[in-house]
Write a protein that binds this ligand. Structure first.
Ligand code: YCP
Ligand code: CO
Length: 279
C-alpha cells in the first residue's frame, strides 16, 4: 500500500506555466542535494525561508514563505499558487528539473526538520517514462494533477524519457494532505490510478550474477555510474527499494576497496536516517 497518490486535477494552464519557465532560463536553476543525484536534478526557488533566489536549503523557520525574484518573474505561477493553496501553510515553492537519464538515490526527506512537511508535486512537463517510486510501487505522475508525495517514506525518481521532467513542488506545514488546498472539497484523498502504475519484471538470474560481479569492477572513480546502474535496475525489476543499498554493500565488500565500503555505509545512513553530517 502506498500513501502517495494523485489528489486530482488542479486546472493549471500548463502552456502558460511552461512559457514562464522557458523565460526564466537555465541560469535560474541551482544544483542541490548533489550527493543524491545521478545526472542532473536542479531547482528554481520561487518561495522559501529567506526570499533569496539561490537559497535551496529546506529548514525549519517561522512565518510565511517569502517570494524570490524568480517568483516575481513568473506571475502566472504565483497567482496559481495563491489561488489554489493555503499560502499561510506554504513553506517552500520550487520548480524542479530532472534531466533525461537521471535518477535520484532512494531517500527520506524532512529528517533534518522538527516535523515533516506535506509535499505536493504538480507535473508541468513530463512523459510516461518519467517515474516516481515509493517502496515497491513505481508510478508516473500525470501532467497538471496535484500529487501528494509522502516524502517521509523511502522514495526515488527516474527519468527514462528523452525530455527534461519539470514539476512544481510545494511543501506545506500541515498534518493532512487535503489541508493544503484552499478548497479541500475539490480534491480526493491520495490514490494512484491503476493506469499510472508501472509494472516491473522479475530480476533474472543473469542480472543477479552480473550485479555481484560488479565487485570486481567498482572503484571510487566509477562508483557514481555503478550507483546509477543499481537505481535504474531497481526501477525496472521487482526489487525492494532498499535493495539498492544492499547491492551496494555487497559490491563494496567484494571490491575490497575500503573507501568504496565506507561510502556505501555513509550513503545508506545519510539517505535513510540522518542528514546531520552535511552543511
Ligand atoms: C525529491 N528530494 O524527492 C528530492 C530529490 C533529493 C531530495 C533530490 O524530489
Ligand atoms: Co525526496
Amino acid at each position: 500500500m502506498s500513501l502517495s497518490g494523485s489528489m486530482g486535477a488542479t486546472g493549471i494552464d500548463v502552456g502558460r506555466a511552461v512559457g514562464e519557465i522557458r523565460e526564466l532560463g537555465d541560469q535560474s536553476f541551482v544544483d542541490s542535494y548533489d550527493e543524491f543525484v545521478c545526472g542532473s536534478w536542479r531547482t528554481c526557488l520561487l518561495r522559501n525561508a529567506s526570499g533569496r533566489g539561490r537559497d535551496a536549503e529546506v529548514r525549519d523557520y517561522q512565518g510565511s514563505a517569502v517570494s524570490t525574484p524568480y517568483e516575481s518573474a513568473t506571475p502566472y505561477l504565483r497567482t496559481f499558487i495563491d489561488e489554489h493553496f493555503d499560502t499561510n501553510r506554504l513553506r517552500f515553492a520550487r520548480l524542479t528539473r530532472l534531466s533525461p537519464g537521471s535518477v535520484v538515490v532512494p531517500h527520506c526527506d524532512y529528517v533534518e526538520l522538527e516535523r515533516p512537511l506535506v509535499r505536493i508535486h504538480i507535473p508541468l512537463v513530463t512523459h510516461p517514462h518519467a517515474y516516481a517510486s515509493e517502496s515497491s510501487t513505481v508510478y508516473h505522475m500525470d501532467e497538471g494533477s496535484a500529487w501528494f508525495l509522502d516524502a517521509t517514506q523511502v522514495h526515488s525518481i527516474a527519468n527514462f524519457s528523452p525530455t527534461p521532467r519539470v514539476h512544481l513542488l510545494l511543501d506545506f506545514q500541515a498534518s493532512a494532505p487535503r489541508d493544503v488546498f484552499r478548497d479541500p472539497g475539490r480534491h480526493q484523498e491520495p490514490r494512484i490510478p491503476a493506469d499510472l502504475l508501472i509494472e516491473r519484471r522479475s530480476l533474472s538470474v543473469l542480472e543477479q550474477d552480473a550485479l555481484r560481479g560488479l565487485g570486481g569492477l567498482v572503484d571510487s572513480h566509477n562508483l557514481p555510474q555503478v550507483l546509477a546502474l543499481l537505481i535504474k535496475k531497481y526501477f525496472v525489476t521487482e526489487t525492494d527499494i532498499v535493495s539498492v543499498f544492499d547491492w551496494l554493500d555487497e559490491i563494496a565488500a567484494a571490491s575490497g576497496d575500503a573507501d568504496v565500503e565506507k561510502y556505501a555505509q555513509w550513503l545508506r545512513a545519510h539517505a535513510l536516517v540522518s542528514r546531520s553530517d552535511v552543511g
